[in-house]
Write a protein that binds this ligand. Structure first.
Ligand code: NAD
Length: 487
C-alpha cells in the first residue's frame, strides 16, 4: 500500500492496467517522493518486459472489436469517460497535485481539460468521413478512414492527466487501441483514468497502461506489433523514440521541447504584456513545454517591463500543492538540480540577474524542491541560458532594435513550439505572426488558446499536431477504394 500522508487513498490500488484489470507490476520498485517535503512515501513497482508484451497483445487483440464498434456507441462511451472524470475530479486532482507538486487549482484545471478532451473527441466519433475523389465517368473512388491500429503513448510528468487524455481520447475516437506509459515520476493518474474508462464501458484490452522508465518506453516504441507512437517529452528522448519506432515502421507524433519567444514592441500595452510574460513563464513553476522563456523587447521598454514582471513575480506564493500556492515545488531533486545548474552557470558567466537565482527554503518545508521566479536580463543570444530549455521558472530577456530584429531573434532558436507578440499595430502583428517559426502564435495574449486549437511544433519542437480535429489525423489510416465500372 502507498499512502501519502495528506491523501486518504491507496495509490497502489493498481500499478498496471492490462486487458481491463489492475495488475501489480513485476518490475523494479520505484521510490515515490513528495516534492514539497522531499520525503519518500512509498514504492511503486514498474511493469516488466512480459507485462509490456501482454499490454501490446491485449491492445492488438481488442483492435477488431473496437474498430468495428458502432461510432455512436463509441461516442457514448467516450462521453461517459468525460462525465466520470468530472465526477472524480477532486480525487484525481489531489493525487495529481501531490504527485507532480502542482498547486491544487491547477491540477483540478488539468483534470477538467482531460474531461474536455474526451467530450470533444466523443463528438468526432461519428463524423470521421472519407472523401470522394473525382476520377472520370468510369471510376468511383472514395476513401474510408480506418483506425491506424495499436497506438503507444509515452508521456512526460508535467501535465500527466491532460497530456494523456489529449492523445488517448482521439486515438480511441478513431477506433484505435492504446498502450500508455506515463512518466515514471507521475504514474498514478494514468492508471486511474484507465479504470474510469473501463467503468464507462470501454471493452477490455482497448486501453492499457504500463508504468516504468526509459527502458519500458524504448521497448514499447520498438515493439513489433505497434502501429503508431505518440511521444511527449524532451527532444533528446524524441530522437531515440523515433529510432526505436523505425523497427516496426510505426508512425510518430513528437511533442517536444521549446524555448518560446514573447515579442513585446514599443507600442504594446505593457501591463497586459507583463501579465502574459508572468503567466507564460512562472505558471507550473516553468515546467511547461510552451513556456514563454524568452522575452524579446526594445531597450526603451526593457527596464519597465522587467520591473513590472519582477514585481508581480515577487508577490507569488510558494507552498505545498494542497495548500493552493501560486507556485509549487519542482517535480523532483533531479529537476531542481538541473535548474540550479543552468542558473549557476549563467551567474558564473556574469549574466545580469534581475530576480531570484537561488533555491527557496520554506520554513514549513525546508527540504522541498522550491525554486523562485528568476530573470536574467539580456544575456548574449548565443549563451546557454538564452538557447537551451531550462524547464523551470527562469526567464531571459533579449533586446531588439525593431520588429524585424525581434523576428530574427525569435527565430534564432533550434525550437519552434509557440510564440507571443504584443503590439497595437495590426499589420506588424500579422506580419510577425506569419513569419515567426512556431506551431501556435498568440497576439496580445499568451497561451490563451483552448484545447480544440491544433498544437505542435516545428523545427526541433516536434512532428505532427495534437488537439482539435487535427489531432485525429495520426490515428486514422485512409484507405482508397477504386471501383471500375466502365463499359
Ligand atoms: P523525457 O524525454 O525525459 O521523458 C518523457 C517520457 O519518455 C517519459 O515517460 C520517460 O520515461 C520516457 N523515456 C525516457 N527515455 C526513453 C527512451 N529512450 N525511449 C522511450 N521512452 C523514454 O521528458 P520529461 O523530463 O518527462 O519531460 C520534460 C520534457 O517534455 C521537456 O523537454 C518538455 O518541453 C517536454 N514536453 C513537451 C510537451 C509538448 O506538448 N510539446 C508537453 C510536455 C512536456
Amino acid at each position: 500500500m502507498i499512502q501519502h500522508p495528506r491523501l486518504d487513498t491507496d495509490l497502489n490500488a493498481a500499478c498496471q492496467w492490462l486487458g481491463g484489470a489492475a495488475v501489480m507490476g513485476k518490475g523494479a520498485a520505484r521510490e515515490m517522493t513528495d516534492p514539497a517535503t522531499g520525503k519518500m512515501y512509498g514504492t511503486f513497482p514498474d511493469a516488466d518486459a512480459g507485462q509490456l508484451d501482454r499490454a501490446v497483445k491485449h491492445a492488438r487483440g481488442a483492435l477488431k472489436v473496437w474498430a468495428d464498434c458502432d461510432p455512436d456507441k463509441r461516442a457514448r462511451i467516450l462521453h461517459r469517460v468525460s462525465e466520470l472524470i468530472t465526477e472524480n475530479a477532486d480525487h484525481l486532482g489531489a493525487v495529481e497535485a501531490v504527485n507532480v507538486g502542482k498547486p491544487l487549482p491547477q491540477a483540478l484545471r488539468d483534470v477538467g481539460r482531460a474531461a474536455e478532451y474526451f467530450r470533444f473527441y466523443a463528438g468526432a466519433c461519428d463524423k470521421l468521413q472519407g472523401d470522394t475523389i473525382p476520377s472520370g465517368p468510369d471510376q468511383t473512388v472514395f476513401t474510408v478512414n480506418e483506425p491506424v491500429g495499436v497506438t503507444v503513448h509515452i508521456l512526460p510528468w508535467n501535465y500527466p492527466v491532460s497530456t494523456l487524455a489529449r492523445g488517448v481520447a482521439p486515438a480511441l475516437a478513431a477506433g484505435a487501441t492504446v498502450v500508455a506509459k506515463p512518466s515514471e515520476l507521475t504514474p498514478f493518474t494514468a492508471v486511474m483514468l484507465a479504470r474510469i474508462a473501463a467503468q464507462a464501458g470501454l471493452p477490455d484490452g482497448v486501453f492499457n497502461v504500463v508504468t516504468g522508465g526509459g527502458d519500458i518506453g524504448t521497448q514499447l516504441a520498438g515493439h513489433s506489433e505497434i502501429d503508431h507512437v505518440t511521444f511527449t517529452g524532451s527532444t533528446a528522448t524524441g530522437r531515440k523514440v523515433m529510432q526505436a519506432a523505425s523497427a516496426p515502421v510505426a508512425g510518430v507524433t513528437l511533442e517536444l521541447g521549446g524555448k518560446s519567444p514573447i515579442i513585446v514592441l514599443d507600442d504594446a500595452d505593457l501591463d497586459a504584456a507583463a501579465e502574459g510574460v508572468l503567466r507564460g513563464i512562472f505558471f507550473n513553476a516553468g515546467q511547461v513545454c510552451a513556456a514563454g522563456s524568452r522575452l524579446v523587447c526594445t531597450p526603451g521598454i526593457h527596464e519597465a517591463l522587467i520591473s513590472k514582471v519582477a514585481a508581480k513575480a515577487r508577490a507569488m506564493t510558494l507552498g505545498h500543492p494542497l495548500d493552493s500556492p501560486d507556485i509549487g515545488p519542482l517535480v523532483n531533486s533531479g529537476q531542481i538540480a538541473r535548474v540550479e545548474g543552468f542558473v549557476d552557470r549563467a551567474k558564473a558567466a556574469g549574466h545580469r540577474l534581475a530576480l531570484g537565482g537561488s533555491r527557496s527554503v520554506l520554513e514549513a518545508y525546508p527540504n522541498g524542491y522550491f525554486y523562485p521566479p528568476t530573470i536574467f536580463a539580456n544575456p548574449p543570444p548565443q549563451s546557454e541560458i538564452a538557447r537551451d530549455e531550462v524547464f523551470g521558472p527562469v526567464l531571459v530577456s533579449q533586446l531588439c532594435d525593431d520588429a524585424d530584429h525581434a523576428l530574427a531573434l525569435a527565430n534564432d532558436s533550434d525550437f519552434g513550439l509557440v510564440a507571443g507578440i504584443y503590439t497595437c499595430d495590426g499589420n506588424t502583428a500579422l506580419r510577425l505572426a506569419r513569419q515567426v517559426q512556431a506551431g501556435q502564435v498568440f497576439v496580445n495574449g499568451f497561451l490563451t488558446a483552448n484545447d480544440s486549437v491544433p498544437f505542435g511544433g516545428v523545427k526541433r519542437s516536434g512532428i505532427g499536431r495534437e488537439k482539435g480535429l487535427a489531432g485525429l489525423a495520426a490515428y486514422l489510416s485512409p484507405k482508397a477504394i477504386v471501383l471500375n465500372h466502365g463499359k
